[in-house]
Design a protein around this ligand. Structure first.
Ligand code: UDP
Length: 462
C-alpha cells in the first residue's frame, strides 16, 4: 500500500507555478544526494517534484514530505547486488529498469487530467534508457551529471584518447601530460580497473551520448571554479550546460544518507581545538586492502595529529569493519583519534575543529570540502576521482597529493605538510579564497545564480 509520501499519481499535487518535474537518479549515494538537492532547489523555485526511484537504495520519503515519491520495481536481489562494482550495478539497472520506468511514466501520464502534466524529466545520464522512454512520451529530458565538468570533459574525450594511444593506459606513460586535456597527466585519466575495458568504454560512450542528446546538462559545480573546463566543454558540445552548484549551499541540506550518521562525531569535535583535526573518509564506495588499512592507521597515529576517521563497514576488503586494528590502538592514542562508521559529513566539514580532509576525492566530497574552505589530502581511487585530485592539487592548489604508495611514512608526511608546516598555511589561505567564491556564485551577481535562472526559464518554456 502506498504511504503518505508514495502517493499514487492520481493524487499529484497541483503545482504552484503550473509545472511539475520528474526526477530519476542512479541509486548510489554520490548520485542520489545531489539529485535530491537539485529537486529541493527547483521545488523552492515553485516546481512540484515527483521523484522516481528504484527499491534498491531507496531515498527516505519522510525526509522530503514536500515531494511525491514513485518507487519502481528493479528486480534486484540482495545476492545480485552484494559485492557488485558500481559499473556492473549501473549495467544491471540499465537492463532491468527499462520496462518498469516505462510503465511508471505510462501510469503517471494516463492518470493525469492534463495533456502535458510534466515540464520535464531530470535523469542521470548513466541511466541510458531514459532517453528513448522520455522521447516516446514527448517529455523534455535534462540530465544531472554528478561529476565535475573537468572529469566529464575527460570522459567525453575517450574516443580521442584511444585514438591518440593514451588509452588503455600504459605504465610507461603515467607521468606524461595529456596535451589535449590540460592539466591532466596520463595517470589522472578517469579509468577503472575492470577486466572488461570495452564494456566500460561502451558505458561511458552511452553516458556521454545521453548527455549530448539531452535538453541540457546540469552540473553541481560553478563557473568560478571550473571556468576553463566549462569553456572547453562548450566548444563543440551540442547541449546547453548549466553549472549551478554548489547545491548544498542553497539552504541547509536535508539528510539523504543511506547509512545513519554517528552523532558522536560532532560531540567529539566539539571538544577539540580549532583546526586541529584531520577528517578521514573515503566516501560510500572506495575500499582498501587490509595492508593499506593498517598503513593508514599507523600513518595517522604517527602523525601525532588528532583525527576523526570514518571506517565504513565493508570498506576494508575481506573485513566486516575495523577488526584488523592492533589491539588497544585507540587507547594508545589517548583520545587523539575517534572512529565512526558514518558521519554527517557536511556538518563535520563545517565544524571549526576540522583543519584538513583526507579524501578519495569523490566529486561531492571535493566540492563539500571546497565550500567549507577545508584543505585536502588527495587519495583518489578510481574514475573521476583521479581528475578531481589533479584539479585540487595542481590547478586550485588547495590540497596535497598522496599517491606514491600508501605507506605510513608518506601518510605522516602529507598530514604534516598540511597541518603543521608553512606550506599548509598557504594552502589554507587559498582554500578560504575558494570558499568565498563558492559562496558568492550563489548570490545575484554570481555565475551559478544566473545559470539557475536560465535553467528555470528552459524548464518553464516547455
Ligand atoms: N558522506 C557522508 N558521511 C560519510 C561519508 C560520506 O555523509 O561518512 C557523504 C558525503 O558528504 C558525500 C557522499 O557521501 O555527499 C559521497 O559522495 P562522493 O561523490 O564524495 O563519493 P562516492 O561515495 O560517490 O565515492
Amino acid at each position: 500500500m502506498a504511504t503518505e509520501n508514495q502517493r499514487q499519481p492520481s493524487k499529484l499535487e497541483k503545482p504552484i507555478n503550473g509545472k511539475r518535474l520528474l526526477f530519476f537518479s542512479l541509486p548510489l549515494q554520490g548520485h542520489m544526494t545531489p539529485m535530491l538537492q537539485l529537486a529541493d532547489i527547483l521545488h523552492s523555485k515553485g516546481f512540484s517534484i515527483t521523484f522516481i526511484h528504484t527499491k534498491y537504495n531507496s531515498p527516505n520519503p519522510s525526509n522530503y514530505p514536500h515531494f511525491t515519491f514513485q518507487p519502481i520495481s528493479d528486480d534486484l536481489s540482495e545476492a545480485e547486488t552484494s559485492g557488485l562494482s558500481v559499473f556492473d550495478l549501473a549495467y544491471l539497472i540499465n537492463v532491468k529498469c527499462v520496462a518498469p520506468f516505462r510503465d511508471c511514466l505510462d501510469q503517471l501520464f494516463s492518470d493525469s487530467p492534463e495533456e502535458r502534466p510534466f515540464a520535464g524529466l531530470i535523469s542521470d545520464p548513466a541511466l541510458h534508457f531514459t532517453r528513448e522512454v522520455a522521447k516516446s512520451f514527448q517529455l523534455q529530458r535534462f540530465v544531472l551529471r554528478t561529476s565535475g565538468v573537468g572529469a566529464f570533459r575527460a570522459f567525453s574525450s575517450f574516443p580521442l584518447l584511444q585514438e591518440k594511444g593514451y588509452l588503455p593506459i600504459q605504465d610507461s606513460q603515467l607521468e606524461e601530460l595529456v596535451a589535449e586535456l590540460p592539466p591532466l597527466r596520463v595517470k589522472d585519466l578517469p579509468v577503472i580497473n575492470v577486466p572488461d575495458l570495452e564494456k566500460f568504454y561502451k558505458l561511458i560512450a552511452s553516458l556521454i551520448e545521453e548527455a549530448k542528446t539531452s535538453s541540457g546538462v546540469i552540473f553541481n559545480s560553478f563557473e568560478e571554479l571550473e571556468n576553463s573546463a566549462i569553456d572547453a566543454l562548450h566548444e563543440g558540445f551540442p547541449a546547453p550546460i548549466f553549472p549551478i552548484g554548489p547545491f548544498h549551499k542553497y539552504f541547509p541540506a536535508t539528510s539523504s544518507s543511506f547509512l545513519k550518521p554517528d552523532e558522536s562525531s560532532i560531540s567529539w569535535l566539539d571538544k577539540q581545538e580549532p583546526k586541529s583535526v584531520i577528517y578521514v573518509s573515503f566516501g560510500s564506495i572506495a575500499a582498501v586492502e587490509e595492508k593499506e588499512f593498517l598503513e593508514i592507521a599507523w600513518g595517522l597515529a604517527n602523525s601525532k595529529c588528532r583525527f576523526l576517521w570514518v571506517i565504513r563497514p565493508g570498506s576494508v576488503n575481506g573485513l566486516d569493519w575495523h577488526e584488523a586494528l592492533p589491539k588497544g590502538f585507540l587507547d594508545m592514542l589517548d583520545g587523539r583519534g575517534h572512529i565512526v562508521k558514518w558521519a554527517s559529513q557536511l556538518e563535520v566539514l563545517a565544524h571549526p575543529a576540522v583543519g584538513a580532509f583526507w579524501t578519495h576525492n569523490g566529486w561531492n566530497s571535493t566540492l563539500e570540502s571546497i565550500s567549507e574552505g577545508v584543505p585536502m589530502i588527495c587519495m583518489p581511487c578510481f574514475a573521476d576521482q583521479m581528475v578531481n585530485a589533479r584539479y585540487v592539487t595542481y590547478s586550485w592548489k588547495v590540497g596535497v597529493e598522496l599517491r606514491n604508495g600508501l605507506e605510513r611514512k608518506n601518510i605522516e608526511r602529507a598530514i604534516r605538510r598540511l597541518m603543521v608546516e608553512e606550506e599548509g598555511e598557504e594552502i589554507r589561505k587559498r582554500a578560504l579564497d575558494l570558499k568565498e567564491k563558492a559562496k558568492s556564485t550563489l548570490t545575484q551577481s554570481g555565475a551559478s545564480f544566473k545559470s539557475l535562472e536560465s535553467l528555470i526559464s528552459c524548464l518553464s518554456s516547455s
